[in-house]
Design a protein around this ligand. Structure first.
Ligand code: SF4
Ligand code: MG
Length: 331
């Protein structure tokens, strides 16, 4: 499949009082129309900074983003601000964990939605209003007229997230970046929002980048997965391969810590320790301090990426950096 979004060698440095800190390093991925890529990892792994870097939403004074971000072959990283705003409104949209931060508390939902429509589509007046109502219906809000007159605080978390999705969809984006879109919601509502995203994707062919720490959400939604740890992608694979044959010890740990419904004991295994901050990455593998497979070399030399067939890649010394072809033969 021809990639719609192509991110290559993306690195992001933050200027801090302690100097320059690299929070995302050499991240690459591709995404085709209608596909969903999951970016998973614990908090502090660089998932959100990756998406904000792709959207170029980080403050220029604080962050330096390097690498290439192509949409339909057009390089976004060198676009002027004005051109970029057009892309951001019309081709790539983003939704966040807490819609309350993105909605303005003092304006009615209808006004905010129509404002987004006016900005992104050029439609005005009655046309903008009609589209706003249609979008609210599209995201499963049946009392759309009434919703138009509500203020954000009058809505439940699930309804607010539906409104945010309607707003993101107002420009019919080709790519939707969703950063923990259901994390703040309870399980039933979470399932409804995920279903809604899938349905919109099916209807419109939207490509989705889904950032989550929840492997259940990944299993439900994604075609392929990039596992991030301490600013790097440590493993990537199609979703089935990742669950059936994980290679990286971190991926294995995440899978073990994910409670299985079939697991009678419902025991929660968690990986001891925490994601290190950049000052504590050390010389070798960034996962070394938490890895039960750690070897001498792991402390000294950063592991190279090993490929297992075309679609699975893992950054770990266990595989020696040589190309393996046994992608589906277990770990
Ligand atoms: Fe563990 Fe070594 Fe692999 Fe890092 S390189 S994940 S420490 S085995
Ligand atoms: Mg985050």
């Amino acid at each position: 499949m021809k990639p719609l979004l192509e991110v290559s060698h993306l690195s992001t440095d933050f200027h801090t009082s302690a100097g320059k800190v690299r929070v995302v390093e050499n991240v690459s991925f591709t995404l085709a129309a209608g596909q969903t890529l999951g970016i998973v990892g614990e908090s502090g792994s660089g998932k959100s900074v990756t998406s904000l870097s792709v959207m170029r939403l980080l403050p220029k004074k604080r962050a330096v983003v390097q690498g290439s971000i192509k949409l339909h072959g057009t390089e976004l990283s060198t676009l002027k601000d004005k051109e970029l705003r057009k892309v951001r409104g019309n081709k790539i949209a983003m939704i966040f964990q807490e819609p309350m931060t993105a909605l303005n508390p003092v304006f009615k939902i209808g006004n905010q939605l129509q404002e987004a429509i006016i900005q992104h589509t050029g439609k005005r007046g009655k046309q903008a209003r009609e589209l706003a109502i249609q979008l609210l219906k599209d995201v499963g809000i049946s009392a759309a007229q009434q919703m138009m007159l509500s203020y954000p605080h009058q809505l439940s978390g699930g309804m607010r997230q539906r409104v945010m999705i309607a707003m993101a969809m107002s420009c019919d984006p080709e790519v939707l970046i969703a950063d923990e879109p259901t994390t703040a919601l309870d399980v039933t509502i979470q399932a409804q929002i995920l279903d809604l995203m899938k349905e919109l994707q099916r209807k419109r062919g939207t490509a989705i980048v889904l950032i989550t720490h929840d492997l259940g959400v990944v299993a439900e939604m994604c075609d392929k997965v990039a596992v991030m740890y301490a600013g790097q992608i440590v493993e990537e694979a199609d979703v089935k391969t990742l669950f059936q044959s994980p290679k990286h010890p971190y991926t294995k740990g995440l899978l073990q810590s994910h409670p299985q419904l079939s697991d009678d004991q419902q025991r929660l295994f968690s990986i001891a320790g925490q994601v290190p901050t950049p000052a504590h990455y050390g010389d070798g593998c960034r996962f070394a301090s938490r890895c039960s497979s750690r070897m001498d070399i792991c402390d000294k030399i950063p592991p190279a990426v090993t490929s297992f067939g075309d679609s699975q890649h893992s950054r770990c010394h266990l595989y020696g950096g040589e190309a393996h072809v046994s992608a589906h033969t277990g770990s």
